[in-house]
Design a protein around this ligand. Structure first.
Ligand SMILES: Nc1ncnc2c1ncn2[C@@H]1O[C@H](COP(=O)(O)OP(=O)(O)OP(=O)(O)O)[C@@H](O)[C@H]1O
Length: 281
């Protein structure tokens, strides 16, 4: 199957560093607390990059900085060479960055299809008058949006397509995660931020999720930045991994390099190994 209307990312971008997204010395303070400190990160088109680190390391804050929920205290964030600092979240979506959330945020009392249609609102041209009087141009736009939303659902096979008119609250957790991704795709992103895409999933669902994250890159040409707590998933899926600890990036590299990094073992793997050990005792 193809998602015809989703353009491969990075085709028209011309920027000297070749980075799709670049964080440069990004710091975020909340009062006296430094949640993110001097973080540099370069993400090239079509990479799958994971951000890992212990609880409170600053991972979600990095996502919130990239998506315009927070503004960096200092430092810069560039998309295709142009700063996005100061843009509001809607502008950042329109520039090509969309996300999913750690706790799924869908409209539970809307259908699967309606949720995906909501994701397209930055793409639609009809204003308030157009929506009220619905001239033929607006009807055509609505029909095209509906077709595209269905197209996006088929990325996940036929299951969601068959349930397009079902209220989201009646779907399984794993299905809701897929709808959230379809909604994020609806805004035609270049960069997709996935916040714990396999959280709450069983093993089979996790494997399925890993497959579609790869397909998002391979088939749709997306660049993906993810936060993921399951190390087996992170190690298996990522081109590179950045490790945060107390807001600082303490390591970055290939999964194998990160797995062997002493600082990572001490700060993160060591901690979880200790937690596992304590849990067994
Ligand atoms: N809006 C806020 N106001 C004050 N402190 C905040 C705010 N958001 C995050 N923090 C603090 O910043 C630090 C980093 O939090 P963040 O949520 O980014 O960590 P995380 O790595 O995503 O953790 P987790 O894995 O538990 O989700 C924490 O100490 C957190 O309490």
């Amino acid at each position: 199957m193809t998602v015809n209307s989703v353009k491969p990312a990075g085709d028209s971008a011309e920027y000297s560093s070749g980075a799709l997204l670049e964080l440069s010395k990004v710091t975020k303070r909340f009062g006296g607390l430094v949640a993110v400190q001097d973080v540099d990160l370069v993400i090239k088109p079509r990479e799958i990059i994971s951000v890992i680190g212990p609880n409170g390391a600053g991972k979600t804050t990095v996502f919130n900085l990239i998506t315009g929920i927070y503004r960096p205290t200092t430092g810069n964030i560039l998309l295709e060479g142009k700063s996005l600092v100061g843009d509001n979240p809607d502008q950042i979506v329109a520039r090509g960055i969309t996300r999913t959330f750690q706790n799924i945020r869908l409209f539970n009392n809307m259908t699967v299809l309606e949720n995906v249609l909501v994701g397209q609102h930055t793409q639609l041209k009809a204003g308030l008058l157009g929506s009220l009087f619905r001239p033929p141009r607006v009807k055509q736009e609505e029909e095209a949006a509906r077709k595209r939303a269905l197209d996006l659902l088929t990325f996940f096979g036929t299951a969601l397509l068959e349930r397009q008119d079902e209220f989201v609250m009646n779907l399984s957790y794993a299905e809701r995660r897929r709808v959230e991704i379809a909604r994020a795709l609806a805004a035609n992103p270049k960069l997709l931020l996935l916040d714990e895409p396999t959280a709450g999933m069983n093993e089979a669902e996790t494997l399925e999720a890993v497959k579609y994250v790869r397909r998002l890159r391979d088939e749709l040409g997306l660049t993906i930045l993810l936060i993921e707590h399951k190390l087996a998933v992170t190690m298996g899926i990522s081109d590179r991994i950045a490790v945060l600890d107390y807001g600082r990036k303490i390591a970055e590299g290939l999964p194998e390099e990160v797995r062997r990094d002493e600082r990572v073992i001490a700060a993160y793997l060591g901690k979880s190994a200790r937690v596992d050990q304590e849990a067994r005792e």
